[in-house]
Design a protein around this ligand. Structure first.
Ligand code: NAP
Length: 313
C-alpha cells in the first residue's frame, strides 16, 4: 500500500518518461486532468500545484479552474508555454529547471550540426538500404574554419561554444546586449546571419523572439549557410524556412523544435537537406532525472517554506 503524501496533490500536464513519472509519484499524489473530481480522486479545489514539461501549454482557463493553485513546476528551462504574468497576478509561482540540462542540450546541438554537415542520417540509410554498392555518396561540408553565429549566448549557448571551439570554428553572437565575452558581438540578427556560415538558435521562445528568423534573415545566411534550432519552433518562421530550404537559398537546417509539436504533416519532412529531431535536446536518462529531481525539490521546498529553489525570475 502506498503511504499518503504529506504534500497536496498535483495536476500532471504532459507525458513524462516512466522513471521521471515514478520519481514524481514517489513523493506526490499525481492527478491527470481527466481524473479530476472522479470518485476517490482529488477535485479541482484540492490541487495546489501543476507539474508539467516545457513543451506543454498551461492555459489561463486551466489556472482559473484551480482555485487552490499555488505553484507551476515545469521540467525544463523554457517557460514560454506558461502565462507567466497571469500566473503571478493570481499569486501562482512558476519554477523551471535551469543549468542541469545545459550539457545534454549542447551535445544535441553539436550532434545535429555534425549530422547536418556530414549527412550522417542519410549515410546510415544509404548503407542500410544497400545503396553503397550502386552509387557514390554526396560530399558533405567541413566544420573546421566555419563562422558560427550563436543567437542567444546564454547558459546553453555558452556550453555549445565550449564544445565547438575544439572543431576550430570562429564564434560570433547576437543577443539583446553585449556580454563580457571575447566573441564578436552583433546587435542585429540579420548582420550576424550575413557574417556567419552557421546560425545556432539557443534563445528563449515567446513574443519577443516570435518569427525572428524570417525570409530576410535566411537570405542573409545565404545559399551556403546552415541553421540549427534547439531553441523553440516559434523563433523561426517555418514557412519561410521551408521555402528557403526547398529553393536552396539556404543550404540546410537541423531542427529539434517546431511551430507545432509533435510535427505531423509538415512539408519539412520531404526535404533532403534537413535533419529533424523530436524535441529531444535534454532527453537523456541522466539529464531528465536531474531535471525531475530539481522540479521535485522546487515543489517540496515551496510547500515546506513558501519559496522555491529555482523560481522563474
Ligand atoms: P538563458 O541562459 O536565459 O539564455 C538565453 C539567451 O538568449 C541569453 O543569452 C539572452 O541574452 C538571449 N536572449 C534573450 N532574449 C532574447 C531576444 N529577444 N533576442 C535575442 N536573444 C535573446 O537560457 P538557456 O538556459 O540557455 O535556454 C535557452 C533556451 O533554450 C530556452 O529558453 C529554451 O527555449 C531552449 N531549450 C531547448 C531545449 C530543447 O530540448 N531543444 C532544452 C532546453 C532549453 P540577452 O539577455 O543579452 O538578450
Amino acid at each position: 500500500m502506498i503511504a499518503p503524501s504529506r504534500f497536496p496533490p498535483l495536476l500532471k500536464v504532459g507525458v513524462f518518461p516512466d522513471p521521471v513519472e515514478q520519481a514524481l509519484r514517489d513523493v506526490f499524489t499525481l492527478v491527470e486532468l481527466d481524473e479530476l473530481g472522479l470518485a476517490g480522486r482529488p477535485g479541482h479545489d484540492e490541487i495546489a500545484g501543476i507539474v508539467t514539461r516545457s513543451n506543454y501549454r498551461i492555459s489561463r482557463e486551466l489556472i482559473d479552474q484551480l482555485p487552490g493553485l499555488r505553484i507551476i513546476s515545469t521540467n525544463g528551462v523554457g517557460y514560454d508555454g506558461i502565462p507567466l504574468d497571469y500566473a503571478r497576478r493570481k499569486g501562482v509561482i512558476v519554477t523551471n529547471t535551469p543549468e542541469v540540462l545545459n550539457e545534454a542540450v549542447a551535445e544535441m546541438a553539436v550532434g545535429l550540426l555534425l549530422a547536418l554537415l556530414r549527412h550522417i542520417p542519410r549515410a546510415d540509410a544509404f548503407v542500410k538500404e544497400g545503396a553503397w554498392t550502386t552509387m557514390p555518396f554526396p560530399l558533405g561540408t567541413t566544420l573546421a574554419g566555419k563562422k558560427v553565429g550563436i543567437v542567444g549566448l546564454g547558459r546553453i549557448g555558452k556550453e555549445i561554444v565550449k564544445r565547438l571551439l575544439p572543431f576550430r570554428v570562429e564564434v560570433a553572437y547576437f543577443g539583446r546586449s553585449r556580454q563580457d565575452a571575447e566573441w564578436m558581438y552583433f546587435d542585429d540578427v540579420n548582420r550576424l546571419a550575413a557574417h556567419a556560415d552557421i546560425l545556432i538558435l539557443c534563445c528563449p521562445g515567446g513574443p519577443e523572439t516570435y518569427g525572428m528568423i524570417d525570409a530576410g534573415v535566411l537570405r542573409s545566411l545565404g545559399p551556403s549557410g546552415f541553421l540549427v534550432n534547439i531553441a523553440r519552433g516559434s523563433v523561426v518562421n517555418e514557412s519561410d524556412l521551408y521555402r528557403a530550404l526547398a529553393d536552396r537559398t539556404v543550404a540546410g537546417a537541423a531542427l529539434d523544435v517546431f511551430n507545432h509539436e509533435p510535427l505531423d504533416a509538415s512539408p519539412l519532412r520531404r526535404l533532403d537537406n534537413v535533419v529533424l529531431a523530436p524535441h529531444v535536446g535534454s532527453a537523456t536518462r541522466e539529464t531528465r532525472m536531474q531535471m525531475a529531481a530539481l522540479a521535485i525539490d522546487n515543489l517540496c521546498r515551496f510547500f515546506d517554506t513558501g519559496s522555491a529553489v529555482t523560481p522563474v525570475p
